[in-house]
Design a protein. Sequence first.
Length: 275
Amino acid sequence: MTDELDRVRDHYRATGLTDRLRTALAVFGPEEGRLKPEQLATLDQFHTRGLAATAELANLAAITAGMSVLDVGSGVGGPARFLEATYGCKVTGVDLSEPFVEAARYLTARTGQDGKVSFETGSALALPFKDGMFDAALLQHVAMNITDRPLLYREIRRVLKPGGKFATFDVVLNGGDPHYPVPWARTPGESFLLPADATCEAIEAAGFGTLVRRDDTAAAKAWFAELRASGPPPSLNLGVVIGQGFAEFATNLGRNLMEGRLGILTAVFEAVPVN
């Protein structure tokens, strides 16, 4: 497990990330200027379909004010900031990458949400939280990096209250070997994809009941087609976060979806009470 975690950390090392973000955000004015979460949406949603996917997942999970929500694999914090700003819930993010956590805290201070949204460095396989702390948990484009899916889903179940919601939006294996590199892996040795059925079975086995399950591959394909048709990306895009190679990563992900090699699963589960 240590070797696997080290490979993931190396992939998301993001050296100098906060400085890159500080430079990129100069287009909005002086450093002390307050930013709105929506101004960051083109660079802080590290998953297919961006902010729209986060909004849909939160709606399916019935997030409301007063909830305590965990974002597993929180990246630079975009979904967490969106949830707090939209619903008024308390959000905690956890990510394995220290540079991502540092950047998430920086961006959250820039939006004035640092008293309401927090981030911790930690592994999804050993979440640094007590049992039953959260009302809901989100997992977006994270599981592809994790080989021990049963442990991942058991950990999420552990930190959820009975009846808590677990909402996942992830890439799944659909047929054929993917083209690499992709956003989560440069080689097949860093990628641990499962088909949709196997993913849902592993989640249910960890103590969840299925509430919603849908195939969002068509929506992802349409999103990639729209991106290609719209021309060059805005200056504030995920390339600022990912750095060198981002264009190839994104192109291959779109190609894998278009060729039917990969799919997109959206699902919401409920934590079954333990007898």
